[in-house]
Each structure stands twice: as structure tokens, then as C-alpha cells.
Ligand binder design. Sequence first.
Ligand SMILES: C[S@@+](CC[C@H](N)C(=O)[O-])C[C@H]1O[C@@H](n2cnc3c(N)ncnc32)[C@H](O)[C@@H]1O
Length: 226
Amino acid sequence: MRQIHLMLVEAGLELVPPQIASHPAVKRNAERRGKKPLETLLDISVHKPAMAKLPKWYKRGRPDIAHGFLLLAQGSILNIEGLLRVHLYTFSGLYIEVDPSLRPPRDYRRFIGLMEQLLKVGRVPPDRPLMKVREEALKSVQRRIRPDVTVLLSEKGQPVKLREFGRIVLQHGTPLIMIGGFQRGDFEEETRSIADLTLSIYPKPLDTLTVTSRVLCSLESELLKW
Ligand SMILES: C[S@@+](CC[C@H](N)C(=O)[O-])C[C@H]1O[C@@H](n2cnc3c(N)ncnc32)[C@H](O)[C@@H]1O
């Protein structure tokens, strides 16, 4: 059966790194939530004063993007029809495998708690895991998925009309489509180098969630003929 792979790449999703664990902004947030600083998720909306010294801070600490992406992708018609596999690859080099039956928490605070548990324990829920995490190079993840084309979405890519996007991608049986899950900045060479095609669906930069929703819609319309 046909499988479309959709991956959020360089996602700004990680636990607070040790370099900033003792910063007052990080400690205050952790104490308020009854957690250890290193067991809390890095979030730029809470930790901005602490993040300035982190390399590429502007690409990190955006779990809200991963939350919205998972809600859109897991709830999509493509997923309901059993045609989609969703993956997350984080800025810090972690691969998160997502089961098609996962229903992400609607509530953002509950999502944060779930991802903290995932990054601490390695799987959630621990008894019957619907998400698993491991350290793995992006190239190796791609090798295991074995796509017959890898498409990177970027405002700097080759322009395509949105209605043609689905047709171009679905000429291939097992496409892997990658969308950036970071706040701003460019893709790393590790990501760019594994793409066969880099496509732009609009002449200006768009939000991750706008791109995700349009891409899903274009694929659904082409595949399901509506
Ligand atoms: C870099 S992130 C920026 C995130 C944004 N600030 C947010 O909060 O969602 C947006 C991602 O969407 C995709 N994207 C943005 N504009 C696009 C465009 N015009 N055509 C195709 N993909 C685009 C790229 O994959 C890019 O990495």
C-alpha cells in the first residue's frame, strides 16, 4: 500500500541543555512546575533571557510548532485513510517515531508534559508506546524509510503551484516530504543534502503550519480526487 512520509525537520524540540540549567528564568519555571530544570522542555516563550548564549538559539525552543504540526498531520484525512506516516527530527539530532494512531493532546500544557516524558524516558506511553525517540543521523533515518523521492519544502526552492505540488510528489510511490520546524534561519547542510527536490509553494516565507496544512490538502486532493 502507498505510504506518504511527512517529517518535521530540525524541530525546535529539546530538553533544557545543561549550559543554561542554572539560569534564573529556567529554575523559576521548573520550580513552578515541580520539575528539575533538565527535565523541562526548552521553550523560547519562557526561556528567552537564558537562551542568548546557546548556539543557533533562534532555531530552538519552539515546541508549539511541533504541537501544531502533530495535530494537523495526525488528524488529517490522509492519516485517517491510512496513507500517512509522520516523523519528527529535532534540531539536536533526535529522531521521533510516531504511531499513526497517536492522538496528540489538544491542550498545549499536556503536550509539553508528554514530550518531557518522551525525552526523559524514551517512549510514551511506556507500556504501549505511540512515540519513541532515539539518537540517529537524518541520513540513516532516510535510509530506513527508503523513499523513492525526498522533497524539501523551502521558500528558496523551485516554485510550484500548490495544486501541482500533489501531482509532482505523487508521481512517486513512497515520497518523503520535509518541512522545517524551527523559528527562523536556514536549513543545515545535513538536511539540504538528502533532498532530491527543493520546492517552494509561495514566493514569500510562510509559517510551518500554513505549509503543513496546504501540503496535506494538495496531497489529499490529488490522491483522493476531491
Ligand atoms: C523556517 S520555518 C519558519 C517557522 C515560522 N516562523 C513559524 O513559526 O512557523 C517554516 C518552514 O516552512 C517551510 N516554508 C516556509 N515558506 C515556504 C514557502 N514559501 N514554500 C515552501 N515551503 C515553505 C519551510 O520548510 C520552512 O522551514
